[in-house]
Design a binder for this molecule. Structure first.
Ligand code: NAP
Ligand code: ZN
Ligand code: ZN
Length: 346
């Protein structure tokens, strides 16, 4: 299928218009007309090879919403015209212990990413959502509730699920103190979900100008991190801290904010290791963990939760010609709070 896209052809190259062919439908596949694709910081890390060698040309994009345009002969999950979402992976082995638990993102053979990877045939390069058409196996796509704005839904497919999953896993609820580090695309969804789950929410941000927005999203407290003195009074007071910061930082300052048995979950992937003080961990039986997106069943649960609670991402909708500026503004933490490409302009 002829597909229009935005592609990068090298780590220091800009995104430019490009055309390629997507596969014809297999029996279990659906094809969708993409309406919107979010810009995740992971797109930028990969397009700029900040996580190591990448596959070029690359069509980034793993926050995809659209409408089903065609279905394969064996498709039962979707009908033409349905609102549909696609996230960070498009396939997995379907047999391993983690896939069988609905944790496809932790497939022991490795999930198949939406782009910058080979599909499971070992030869087709996966191409992502900065494009007008997508083809995916029905088992790896989700339904989008009718009441939600499509542009605001796109970021839920990565930013949303990536914060929903750890909040559920560590059981965020009333009475818990939850911290969210970084009010970007991921962080602002963490604030909305943690508040909706009833937790007491604190944002740690290096951008003082974001305070009013954070409070409007449901945060109860806002701490500017530029001056470490602001953090000292909060020592040993948090149950759970979710680190969504995309840049390197001193993680020990935040580990120190955890109370006995508290957990700091690493979500941001700056590409460099953290130096962890053993004494800070053992001094209050603290844990440092990690979390990566969520499985298909949990993605559907998250979208249904959003439908019930009327939660979407705060987005700046852009046209295709603005995408390189949007990358630079994202790196500068200057986005409220996710750029979303209007796919009709590609
Ligand atoms: P984003 O929108 O750029 O947000 C990152 C936030 O980090 C910024 O808004 C900023 O928040 C803070 N920040 C950025 N530079 C900083 C600096 N130099 N010092 C201190 N704080 C800084 O990025 P995103 O799309 O939310 O992604 C965040 C990270 O998560 C990325 O590394 C991405 O690759 C990763 N990620 C992980 C998963 C997963 O499954 N674990 C999934 C998706 C993305 P303030 O302005 O509030 O300080
Ligand atoms: Zn992402
Ligand atoms: Zn598997």
């Amino acid at each position: 299928m002829k597909t229009r896209a935005l592609a990068v052809h090298g780590a220091s190259a800009p995104l430019t218009p490009w055309e390629f062919d997507r596969r014809e439908l297999r029996s279990g596949d659906v094809a969708l007309d993409i309406a919107f694709a979010g810009i995740c910081h992971s797109d930028i890390h990969q397009a700029r090879e900040e996580w190591g060698p990448a596959i070029f040309p690359m069509v980034p994009g793993h926050e995809i919403v659209g409408t089903v345009r065609e279905i394969g002969s064996a498709v039962t999950k979707f009908a033409v015209g349905d609102r549909i979402g696609v996230g960070v992976f498009v396939d997995s082995c379907r047999r391993c212990v983690n896939c069988l638990r609905g944790l496809e993102q932790y497939c022991t053979e490795g999930m198949t990413g939406t782009y910058n990877t080979l599909e499971r045939d070992g030869s087709t390069v996966a191409m992502g959502g900065y494009s007008n058409i997508f083809v995916i196996d029905q088992d790896y796509a989700v339904h989008v509730p009718e009441n939600l704005d499509m542009a605001g839904v796109a970021p839920l497919l990565c930013a949303g699920i990536t914060l929903y999953s750890p909040l559920k896993n560590w059981d965020a609820k009333p009475g818990m103190k939850v911290g969210v580090m970084g009010l970007g695309g991921l962080g602002h969804m963490g604030v909305k979900f943690a508040a909706a789950l009833g937790a007491d929410v604190t944002v740690f941000s290096h951008s003082p100008s974001k305070e009013a927005d954070a409070k409007a999203m449901g945060a109860h407290h806002f701490v500017v991190t530029k001056d470490p003195k602001n953090l000292a009074p909060l020592a040993a007071s948090f149950d759970l801290i979710l680190n969504t910061v995309s840049a390197e930082l001193d993680i020990n300052i935040y580990l120190n904010l955890l109370k006995l048995d508290g957990t700091l979950v690493v979500i941001g992937l700056p590409g460099k290791p953290y130096a962890v003080e053993a004494g800070t961990l053992l001094g209050a039986r603290r844990s440092m963990s990690g979390s990566m997106i969520g499985g298909i069943a949990e993605m559907q649960e998250m979208l249904d939760f959003c439908g019930t609670h009327n939660i979407t991402s705060d987005v700046e909708v852009i046209t295709a010609d603005y995408v390189n500026t949007a990358y630079d503004r994202t790196v500068a933490s200057d986005v409220k709070y996710r750029f979303v490409i209007d796919a009709s302009t590609i």
